[in-house]
Design a protein around this ligand. Structure first.
Ligand SMILES: NC(=O)c1ccc[n+]([C@@H]2O[C@H](COP(=O)([O-])OP(=O)(O)OC[C@H]3O[C@@H](n4cnc5c(N)ncnc54)[C@H](O)[C@@H]3O)[C@@H](O)[C@H]2O)c1
Length: 425
């Protein structure tokens, strides 16, 4: 398969390039090196399966040429960082929204099999709910968060309107080799590691009580691979079928843990309240609104969630089932990718405060240099646009994509410690 990785010279993108090449695929990397580095992909430049295009996704023609002949797109290119977006929202919007739209259009016109893109936990905004569940978001807290949410909206519309398959992966604080420690917009882990290694005192924004779900890069690689290549028919036919088919409940329930079981119930409650009849008017391929029940051409009260899966499943007819009473109009039948636009949290599912993170980093790097053990952090003001707590529910990715993260913060730090020590000194 030929995969276009945009932003492939950046931290996550370059790790994805290596991963996909390692799986035997051809990879095209499109990157303008604005925040990425040639050194991240240098080792691949002589590989006949690798092509590097140093261009900008804000140029439509570039996107069209780059995606030509590709089967899949893994879209990672963006300007990250909340503070950067606050100081320069126009440029962030240009790259993250206009660039994203260019890539979607190019991917649509090239008829790629699937478009998987980097979404972000920042989309949860001011929602206080923990853990973060995909269906419940708050208002964005920064221009960066707006751009990432707009990506999801565009992907959704392109799925419905142009019959594309799009999957967004909401990354939660990813860390690992090649993450840039330099500059005003560096992420917290490489920044603090670099400071510790150089015997400087890291600054904690706030009192250190804010917490994050730090996610090791190898978990992210796994999620991307699953999202790009899943051929789980049940997903391809649409989530509603996936969660509704009565025949599949007993074996699936036997295999589920309590969390997965609860998750299915929760999704079922939300998504089961759908039409059993087409609403009036020419809606073409537009889906029936979620959360509403239609009867005799009119919207009626939403069905409240039943108490058990069994009663829920047996009470509500599956509107997409051949035996249900949907009028057989050709343009109302759902295609294989009808409900394909999905977003998934990609995280470990843990919760580490900044104070705990500092202690973990100090412990890890004191093994290389005992002077590091004596370093204390400094405390500064809270940063505008920062979400206080961010912990993911990963049940949806576990259940639908079979995502199984293998590395928690501790394991990830152990794996990357040598690389940090050799490269950030
Ligand atoms: N690192 C994280 O924790 C995290 C969390 C949530 C979301 N994300 C998202 O994941 C993606 C990758 O992030 P990263 O941490 O690897 O950042 P990164 O800055 O290392 O990588 C981004 C890459 O995109 C390239 N790029 C930027 N503007 C471009 C343009 N106009 N044209 C072509 N290439 C361009 C950069 O040169 C860089 O190589 C981004 O979309 C980011 O928003 C990252």
């Amino acid at each position: 398969m030929r995969i276009l990785v945009t932003g492939g010279a950046g931290f996550i993108g370059s790790n994805l390039v290596d991963h996909f090449l390692g799986l035997g695929h051809e990879v095209v990397c499109l990157d303008n090196l604005s925040t990425g580095y040639k050194k991240n992909i240098e080792h691949n430049l002589d590989n006949p399966n690798f092509t590097f295009i140093e261009e900008d996704i804000r140029e439509m023609q570039t996107c069209t040429l780059a995606v030509k002949g590709c089967d899949y797109v893994s879209h990672q290119a963006a300007l990250g960082s909340v503070p950067r977006s606050i100081s320069d929202p126009v440029t962030t919007n240009g790259v993250n929204v206009s660039g994203f739209l260019n890539m979607l259009i190019a991917a649509r016109d090239a008829k790629v099999k699937r478009f998987v893109y980097a979404a972000s936990s920042s989309t949860y905004g001011d929602s206080k709910k923990l853990p973060k569940v995909e269906e419940e978001i708050g208002k964005p807290l920064s221009p960066y968060a707006i751009t990432k949410y707009v990506n999801e909206l565009y992907a959704d519309i392109f799925t419905k309107t142009y019959d594309m398959q799009c999957i967004g992966l909401r990354y939660f604080n990813v860390f690992g080799k090649r993450q840039d420690p330099n500059g005003a917009y560096a992420a917290v882990i490489p920044l603090w590691v670099k400071q510790l290694i150089n015997h400087e005192r890291p600054v904690i924004n706030g009192d250190g009580s804010y917490s994050r779900d730090f996610t090791y890069i190898d978990n992210v690689l796994q999620a991307n691979e699953k999202a790009l290549f899943t051929d789980n028919e049940k997903i391809l036919k649409g989530q509603r079928e996936y969660y509704r088919s009565e025949a599949e409940i007993p074996p699936r329930r036997d295999n589920l843990g309590l969390d997965e079981h609860k998750y299915l119930l929760q999704v079922e409650k939300k998504k089961s309240v759908v039409s059993s009849q087409k609403p009036e008017g020419d809606l073409g391929k537009m889906p029936v609104p979620m959360g509403e029940k239609w009867k005799d051409g009119k919207m009626v009260e939403a069905v409240s969630g039943a108490n058990t899966l069994d009663s829920q499943y047996s009470k509500i007819p599956d509107p997409w089932n051949a035996s249900s009473n949907i009028p057989s109009e050709p343009n109302f039948q759902h295609s294989s990718s009808y409900f394909f636009s999905e977003v998934f949290n990609v995280a470990f599912g843990g919760n580490t405060t900044l104070n705990q993170l500092f202690a973990a980093l100090r412990d890890n790097f004191a093994k290389f240099d005992e002077k590091i053990d004596k370093i204390e952090p400094e405390y500064g003001p809270f940063r505008v646009g920062d979400i206080p707590h961010s912990q993911a529910s990963i049940i949806k990715a576990r259940t639908v994509l079979q995502y199984k993260p293998q590395y928690d913060l501790e394991k990830g730090l152990k794996l990357v410690a040598n690389w940090y020590y050799e490269n950030l000194k």
